[in-house]
Design a protein around this ligand. Structure first.
Ligand SMILES: C[S@@+](CC[C@H](N)C(=O)[O-])C[C@H]1O[C@@H](n2cnc3c(N)ncnc32)[C@H](O)[C@@H]1O
Length: 244
């Protein structure tokens, strides 16, 4: 694909998939255990949930594991087959069951998982989805969600001075020129941070109403401040299909 159209349309699903496969193959790419407040929120949000909860962009399965340990039926979704295999093994090792749903959420034709789902969690995923696919991803999450079903979404906005030097390096490319400006290493670093209000409007456009907005960076003690972060909003939203 020519560089110009790549910038305009974003990477193709297969380029995106190999990027994430590479990351998940690396033994150093691991996520820390989930924080207590998030575990409590999973418990309270899905307490009455009668069917599958989808872990969107499950990565190596820490959210799915927490849900399954709380008695929820879970479906794992990730664009990376490597991530899915790791997540599945993690659950199997603990005697927990999960349905697998490999695919690029937003391209529902790839979907192999159970529908509808009765809840979903999309933790630290949406800001990694290229802008042209982001609304489609949220719409896909919403369209197969049962009416009244709830979702938990976290997504971030950041400007980080440790990346400023990349802007003058031809190996790095400027993605956007707004406050969410970020540099990405060539060939790709897929980070497309949210602007104020953008997450809410994306959810609303997909038929999801906001029940609660929390500041995830405050809840986690702003641990990323140490990385020269100039603006670091990390939103955590609980939403519901329908009018709440
Ligand atoms: C930062 S990781 C977060 C993983 C996991 N949610 C967690 O918090 O442990 C982002 C994950 O989203 C997956 N992903 C990115 N875009 C996706 C998409 N469009 N559909 C499904 N999965 C996607 C990536 O493969 C990666 O595993």
């Amino acid at each position: 694909m020519p560089a110009e159209s790549q910038r305009r349309d974003g990477p193709s699903p297969s380029e995106f998939r190999s990027y994430w496969d590479r990351k998940h193959r690396s033994s150093s790419y691991r996520h820390a255990p989930l924080q207590e407040f998030l575990l409590d929120l999973l418990q309270s949000t899905f307490a009455d949930c009668a069917g599958f909860v989808l872990d969107h962009g499950c990565g190596q399965g820490r959210v799915a594991e927490a849900l399954a340990q709380r008695g929820k039926a879970v479906a794992l979704n990730d664009i990376s087959a490597i991530a899915l295999a790791k997540a599945r093994n993690r659950l199997v090792r603990r005697g927990l069951a999960a349905r697998l749903a490999h695919g690029f959420c937003g391209q529902i034709k790839d979907w192999r998982g159970p529908t509808p789902w009765f809840g979903f969690v999309s933790h630290r995923v949406l800001h990694t989805i290229p802008l042209p696919h982001r609304l489609a991803a949220v719409t896909a999450l919403s369209s197969s969600l049962a009416m009244g079903g709830k979702g938990i979404v976290t997504a971030r906005s950041i400007r980080c001075s440790r990346y400023e030097h990349m802007l003058s390096d031809p190996a790095f490319e400027l993605v956007e020129s707004s406050e969410t400006t970020f540099a990405r290493p060539a060939p790709f670093r897929y980070l497309h941070f949210f602007k104020e209000g953008e997450l809410e409007s994306t959810l609303a456009a997909s038929g999801l109403s906001v029940l609660q907005t929390l500041d995830y960076s405050e809840l986690t003690g702003n641990t990323e401040r140490g990385l020269d972060t100039q603006v670091n909003r990390y939103w955590l939203i609980v939403c519901q299909k329908g009018n709440g």
